[in-house]
Write a protein that binds this ligand. Structure first.
Ligand SMILES: NC(=O)c1ccc[n+]([C@@H]2O[C@H](COP(=O)([O-])OP(=O)(O)OC[C@H]3O[C@@H](n4cnc5c(N)ncnc54)[C@H](O)[C@@H]3O)[C@@H](O)[C@H]2O)c1
Length: 260
């Protein structure tokens, strides 16, 4: 049990992208804090494995966040079987690489569908139910790429900037209704997403040391993040420990964006 997030005990949460990486760490963190959690991911097999390990107080659904009907249906099921959703952690995101001059329209559409439309569909489905209850907190995982340009990440950077800004608007709209909305922006975090990127790099040292040719500044703390370090900040933002914090984008990057 996480003593520091004791206030979350018994609350109902919804985590997207929960099958692995940061989403899995968030799901584990919230569950260990005593929350009842609905978990969604397009990778149903991994999700089922996680649910088995977590045990009680877990409801899972294999779904694609770009499918609005599927999102609505699962949010409805969570509310009917677990109770009203108190906290949403929307973690799903995809990254496709390529210079803008060579990037395919299909990859562009997939990036925006998942990262922007998916964020819209998930946060809308949850927020409209929180609204009449005048209670809740929402965290969406953006990226330092929203504010720091990265070579071969044009669509990804643009999609993260779009979803992060949409979350500030949602926070503005929901603030008067006692619902807080924040983003967490990871730097480089050791997950499947980053391992796939590293597999394409001849020398992965450049991630932490920096590299002028790719305009990487490196990571002042000298290492990439563990998913659990992101999950701690997500849990903090969902909890009452951050009760006066809304419309913020908390950068958790070991200093990689140089505080920008
Ligand atoms: N890992 C990093 O260094 C890093 C850095 C900055 C931001 N982020 C962001 O953090 C979030 C999580 O990243 P991660 O590194 O854990 O990624 P990951 O690839 O390890 O995990 C992402 C999960 O999302 C699921 N998913 C993908 N598309 C989906 C869809 N359409 N519907 C439902 N589920 C879907 C995948 O099956 C997977 O389980 C993403 O939004 C990512 O952009 C990650």
């Amino acid at each position: 049990m996480s003593a520091e997030f004791e206030g979350l005990r018994g609350n109902v949460g919804f985590v997207t992208g929960a099958a692995q990486g940061i989403g899995e760490a968030v799901a584990r963190k919230l569950h260990s804090a005593g929350m009842i959690v609905g978990l969604a991911d397009v990778d149903g097999e991994r999700l089922a494995n996680l649910a088995k390990k977590l045990g009680d107080n877990v409801l899972t659904r294999s779904l694609d966040v770009t499918d609005g009907d599927a999102v609505e249906d699962f949010v409805d099921e969570i509310e009917k079987s677990l109770g009203p959703i108190d906290h949403l952690a929307h973690v799903v995101g995809i990254q496709r690489f390529g210079m803008i001059t060579e990037f395919s329209e299909d990859d562009f559409d997939a990036t925006f569908d998942t990262n922007v439309k998916g964020t819209f569909l998930v946060t809308k489905a949850v927020a409209k139910r929180m609204l009449p209850r005048e209670q809740g907190s929402i965290v969406a995982v953006a990226s330092t790429a929203a504010r720091t340009p990265r070579i071969k990440q044009g669509a990804y950077c643009a999609s993260k900037a779009a979803m992060a800004q949409m979350m500030t608007v949602l926070g503005l709209e929901l603030g008067p209704h006692n619902i807080r909305v924040n983003c967490v922006s990871p730097g480089v975090t050791n997950t499947g997403m980053v391992q796939r990127l590293m597999a394409t790099m001849p020398n992965t040292d450049v991630i932490t040391r920096g590299d002028l040719d790719s305009f990487r500044v490196g990571v002042p703390l000298g290492r990439v993040a563990r998913s659990e370090e992101l999950a701690d900040v997500v849990a903090f933002l969902l909890s009452d420990h951050s009760s006066y914090l809304t419309m913020q984008d908390i950068v958790v990057d070991g200093g990689g964006a140089l505080g920008a």
